[in-house]
Write a protein that binds this ligand. Structure first.
Ligand code: ZN
Length: 404
């Protein structure tokens, strides 16, 4: 989902200026606990959360988009005004957005992972039908004020699940359907292709939003790194996130946080450059400050742990810490964090901060609420593999200890 951020009547642009200081959180993934009530051959037998993800075999991710566009009001502005030219320009944004993510080095997500992008003349093509669709003129209750676009994903919690005519899941965490919706009915919200944006400064950049939504399609939740593509707020009208992709650098609009997240989610075992991991625990100085409920919480939950390149000062990656898990589960809320797939040969400064800035815990809920299942959420859930997610701790302060 991507929202307009309003602050004292100003659009989000001013927040970029305010938060140029190192306000940084990090990538996170939607999480799902496998259904251990099913046979271990289907669920894997462990209640440890797994991140939502696409399969990355050739042609795994088919994509269709609805050519039905809203003309009253006109919500999509293209440079080419002919009917065929308009569709070609929109389709090029979709293709470019896919190419941005597949342009990241060191992942198994390749250009061939996506199947052909096809067109449909069905207006409301976005449905839980196992077909990944992009819709520009489909109303939805999720379009509450300020929501510009969102992605609805359905994730399997075991092998053997299928939506309508879609693929049958082969593993827990597999995304069965991901539909991208652009807001079609707010007369104050218009989108422009990169070609049309300079002449339409009140429009939102369709490409920035499309790349963000494709991040959700791939399994990302939100990041609170202010420059990340997965930041939950849109760039101001007339502007775009990062640098436009080029033939020399297809993934140019992404931040290092997005790239690191993608390498963690779609790890390429042959990538020898990004093999570093930083792991630790965020613990309170006084254990009495830990929540009384649920029982068993032994570390800070929901801390944003940020890895900064010592030489450049750039945020390389960040993650939401607070839990660990080993089979057969459930998750333990012991303050553990892990930032993986970091480039080796660099040194990093790591710090933790609470999620109490412009990005709130509500914006990463699939990444946190998806960590546990229990008899309340799922009848018949085995007690030994049950847990309850603690509230995100947003009020701690941290002291950084110098390294050795
Ligand atoms: Zn979003």
């Amino acid at each position: 989902m991507i929202r307009i951020r309003k602050l004292a009547g100003q659009l989000f642009a001013c927040l970029y200026a305010v938060f140029l200081a190192p306000f940084a959180c990090g990538y996170s993934f939607d999480q799902v606990v496998p259904d251990v009530r099913q046979a271990a051959s289907l669920s894997g037998g462990s209640a440890c959360p797994v991140p939502a993800h696409q399969l990355s075999a050739a042609g795994s991710i088919a994509e269709q988009w609805s050519t039905v566009l809203n003309s009253d009001p006109v919500t999509i502005i293209t440079q080419n005004q002919t009917a065929a030219g308009q569709l070609a320009e929109i389709e090029a944004v979709i293709q470019q957005s896919i190419a941005v993510w597949t342009g990241v080095s060191g992942t198994t997500l390749l250009p061939a992972t996506f199947g052909a992008v096809t067109r449909t003349t069905t207006q409301n093509a976005c449905a839980a039908d196992g077909i990944n669709s992009i819709c520009f003129d489909q109303a939805d209750l999720a379009f509450t004020p300020g929501v510009l676009a969102f992605t609805r994903i359905v994730t399997a919690d075991r092998a053997g699940l299928q939506l309508a005519n879609g693929p049958i899941s082969t593993q827990p965490g597999q995304i069965l359907d991901a539909d991208i919706y652009f807001n079609p009915s707010d007369s104050t919200v218009i989108f422009a292709t990169p070609q049309a944006l300079p002449a339409t400064p009140k429009a939102y950049d369709m490409e920035s939003l499309m790349i963000h939504e494709f991040g959700h399609l791939l399994g990302f939740s939100h990041s609170a790194v202010w420059r990340a593509m997965m930041f939950p707020f849109a760039p101001a009208p007339g502007t775009f996130t990062g640098t436009r992709p080029s033939a020399q650098q297809l993934d140019a609009p992404l931040s290092d946080d997005d790239r690191t997240g993608l390498r963690v989610l779609y790890t390429d075992p042959t990538d020898t450059l990004h093999t570093g991991t930083i792991q630790g625990r965020i613990l309170p100085a006084n254990t009495l400050s830990l929540p009384a409920t649920p029982p068993g919480v032994t570390g800070i939950f929901g801390a944003q742990v940020v890895a900064v390149d010592s030489a450049s000062g750039a945020v390389i990656a960040a993650t939401i810490g607070g839990w660990s898990c080993s089979a057969p589960g459930p998750a333990q809320f012991d303050g553990t964090y892990e930032i993986g797939r970091l480039a080796v040969g660099a040194s990093y400064v790591v710090y933790a901060e609470p999620l109490n800035g412009v990005v709130s815990p509500a914006q990463i809920t699939p990444a946190t609420t998806g960590l546990c299942r229990n008899t309340t959420t799922d009848p018949g859930w085995p007690q030994l593999q049950a847990c309850t997610v603690p509230a995100v701790d947003v009020s701690f302060t941290t002291r950084t200890l110098p390294g050795p």
